[in-house]
Design a protein around this ligand. Structure first.
Ligand SMILES: [Zn+2]
Ligand SMILES: [Zn+2]
Length: 161
């Protein structure tokens, strides 16, 4: 039984194990074409969290940078399960994007926002009350204040309008 604000996860072969030491900042369900292709699925679920809050408990991760993108994916070299990503946009360089499906209890972190609805597969129905955007969104429109505060006073994106 894990603590309330601790989340454990890992790859399919269990060589890579990791721990999140606090709640995610936000959980994205991304319906963009790249995420669909990389996951082979309808959308990816990424839990954004500060890199300092993620511990690699065992194993090691290899990485792959997708050419002409800001996306680098990190994966288990044994079983090739993607466990997290980095998006070097200047906004989220200090965060890992944790693949929610690799958590031991993925049900604990449902999507907080759906993005890139413009390429959402038509059979995917988004529940009422969950914010959704054609592409991306303004942080201050979606994130709860404690998450914004966690990014620190010098965070570069326009966090307030
Ligand atoms: Zn593995
Ligand atoms: Zn995407």
């Amino acid at each position: 039984m894990t603590d309330k604000n601790v989340y454990e996860g890992g790859c399919s072969c269990r060589k890579v194990r990791y721990r999140l030491n606090t709640d995610p900042l936000i959980v994205h369900a991304c319906h963009c074409r790249q995420c669909q292709r990389v996951t082979g699925s309808a959308f990816v679920m990424n839990a954004l969290i500060e890199k300092t809050e993620v511990e690699l408990v065992s194993g090691e991760v290899a990485n792959y940078h997708f050419a002409d993108t800001i996306h680098t994916a990190f994966f288990c070299p044994e079983c090739a399960t993607y466990v997290w990503s980095e998006y070097k946009s200047g906004r989220f360089d200090d965060c890992w994007f944790i693949r929610v499906g690799t958590l031991d209890e993925p049900d604990r972190v449902p999507p907080g926002v759906h993005i890139f609805m413009e390429s959402k597969q038509p059979w995917v129905i988004i529940p009422e009350g969950v914010p959704k955007f054609e592409r991306f969104y303004r942080i201050s429109d979606v994130w709860k204040q404690p998450s914004i505060d966690r990014m620190g006073p010098n965070w570069s994106p326009p966090i307030r309008t």
